[in-house]
Design a protein around this ligand. Structure first.
Ligand code: FAD
Ligand code: SIN
Length: 521
């Protein structure tokens, strides 16, 4: 049974930046990073646009970034948290620079600041259109040089360990739950092992794959949220799924390839199939309105016209400058035969970001003692009903720092139990047919796409819930009789998370930000 002082689940920006700080602070402590795929596979790796930070206090101001965040969040942001994230951003940016992350500069030698939807000023630091890749690479390089961190790639966290998994559990359980680590599936031994730790951080990212069309890589199945939910942590704001307006419309590319919002910030225009501009009908900020507004505008155009996609027009832009800023996007569209000088890029909205998640306080503490959550899996109050573009990398950095500050104190006060029960495998057998899992995953994704998309209704939500109940029962039956596989645990987690999205959508009684329900409201 591996024993650690700190257990980090997830190797995106949230988990890695937390691990670096904590390992530096406690050189004697043992840290484990458990991550279910290759160590760099994460939403972080694919971030294109960049990170929003106020660095130019003459043209820009904290107050402006705060107001932009509040406006995008449509009245549901937590003002205290917004202020914290915006004003602490500059120090966290300096952490990234210290760790070797390189951001593009302009001709004057200052940072080249991009513009994205909902921002009233250029404030997006970026590394071409590969910002996330640059961040992930440098953070992993730091980790590789830290002897007290052990990275367990291809290891899958299955469930949290709380008092309920102690041999002494029959004694009076305290009211407040406490976390002592996690059960982790080791694919090499095919066993579920105990990874015990005084402090556990969930940094498991988003939920994009509960939808058929998503910009997220396949790791985004909401595992951390489902684990926390099973352990009875508080989960909030799951109804606020952000759809990115401009995913490349190319059904052969799965997951969908993102055409960064920064491309619209650079001057690209949205047109319908007839070649008409349409955004001015929906918002005076046109292409640079916040994402919820642009996604709904596109959805409405597509419903009216019956077309499959709209188009992003870059033909009028400086092609050399475009190539310099967006080399990856250019390469991808060229690969599928699009010449930006002559052709427009076909785009559709796709599930992109979860604004809610595991409820945390201003220091990333969940409602379970010794359990922290950070990054996309958490609900800090920053995003409210809709995240402002490029605020999530920023949020992950600010909160991983705050989790670090709080958890190093908590660590000193924590005693570990010695009677954690091993995982009970019972009489589980190998699953007879994988189709029972793969079909249900596809069915779940179709249900969510068709009934729980950009525009929802009570009828669609109740149909979704009925169908989810069937998937839930079938999957629980499989789970009880079959040996664990990553496919089965992911499916189980995706069903839980989809259920939370649907139930919390049913409960919301007003349209806000990325949540829009027709009919009964
Ligand atoms: P992730 O980076 O997703 O990392 C999650 C980690 O958890 C992964 O390593 C995963 O393997 C691991 N994991 C998950 N479940 C388990 C499990 N059960 N066991 C073990 N490990 C597990 N945001 C911005 O601010 N700016 C941008 O420009 C931007 N562009 C984006 C472009 C794309 C295409 C996408 C998809 C997102 C973009 N975002 C952007 C959003 C941003 O990238 C994410 O919100 C952020 O990177 C999330 O970081 P994270 O550390 O919370 O999670
Ligand atoms: C993008 O580059 O459009 C994504 C930015 C984000 O999700 O914040």
């Amino acid at each position: 049974m591996p024993n650690f002082d700190f257990l980090v689940v997830g190797s995106g920006i949230a988990g890695l930046s937390y691990a670096i700080k904590t390992a530096e602070h406690f050189p004697e402590a043992k840290l484990a990073i458990v991550t279910k795929s290759d160590e760099n596979e994460s939403n972080t790796k694919y971030a294109q646009g960049g990170i929003a930070v106020v660095i130019d206090q003459i043209r820009d101001s904290y107050e402006q970034h705060i107001q932009d965040t509040l406006k995008a969040g449509d009245g549901l942001c937590n003002l205290e948290i917004v202020k914290i994230v915006v004003t602490e951003g500059y120090d966290r940016l300096n952490d990234l620079l210290k760790w070797g992350v390189d951001f593009d500069k302009n001709q004057q030698g200052g940072f080249d600041l991009g513009l994205e939807g909902g921002h009233t000023e250029n404030r997006i630091l970026h590394h071409k259109d590969l910002t996330g890749y640059e961040i992930e690479k440098n953070l992993l390089e730091q980790i590789a040089n830290m002897p007290n961190i052990q990275v367990f790639s291809q290891h899958f966290a299955v469930d949290l360990i709380t008092q309920h998994q102690l041999a002494s559990k029959n004694e009076q359980l305290p009211q407040q739950r406490q976390c002592f680590g996690a059960y982790v599936f080791n694919p090499f031994t095919k066993k579920i092992e105990i990874f015990s730790a005084k402090i556990t951080l969930l940094a498991t990212g988003g939920v994009g794959h509960i939808y058929q069309n998503t910009t997220n890589p396949t790791i985004a199945t909401g595992d951390g949220i489902a684990m926390a939910y099973r352990a009875k942590a508080q989960i909030e704001n799951m109804e606020f799924i952000q759809f990115h307006p401009t995913a490349l419309f190319h059904p052969q590319t799965v997951p969908s390839f993102l055409i960064s919002e920064a491309v619209r910030g650079f001057g690209a225009l949205l047109r319908n199939k007839a070649g008409q501009l349409f955004m001015e009908k929906y918002d005076p900020r046109k292409e640079l309105a916040s994402r919820d507004i642009v996604s709904r505008a596109i959805d409405s155009e597509l419903k009216k016209s019956g077309d499959e996609c709209v188009y992003l027009d870059c033909r009028h832009l400086d092609q050399k400058a475009f190539e310099n800023h967006f080399p990856t996007i250019l390469q991808k569209v060229n690969e599928i035969g699009i010449d930006l000088k002559k052709d427009m890029i076909p785009v559709v909205p796709a599930a992109h970001y979860l604004c809610g998640g595991i409820q945390v306080d201003a220091y990333g503490q969940t409602s379970i003692d010794n359990l922290y959550a950070c990054g996309e899996c958490s609900n800090t109050g920053l995003h409210g009903a809709n995240r402002l573009a490029s605020n999530s990398l920023l949020e992950a950095l600010v909160f991983s720092h705050r989790c670090y500050l709080n958890s190093i104190e908590k660590f000193k006060k924590t005693q570990m139990p010695e009677d954690i029960l091993p995982w009970n495998e019972g009489n589980a057998k190998e699953p007879e047919e994988l189709i029972l899992i793969t079909h249900n995953r596809k069915e779940l994704q179709t249900i969510m796409n068709d009934y729980v998309g950009i525009i929802r209704s009570d009828e669609r939500l109740s149909r979704a819930l009925n169908r989810l109940k069937i998937l839930f029962e079938e999957t629980e039956a499989l789970y009880k009789r079959c040996k664990i596989s990553t496919e089965l645990i992911e499916l189980r987690n995706m069903i839980s998370v989809a259920y939370l999205v649907v139930r919390q959508s049913q409960k919301r009684s007003e349209n806000r930000g990325s949540f829009f329900k027709i009919g009964s409201i």
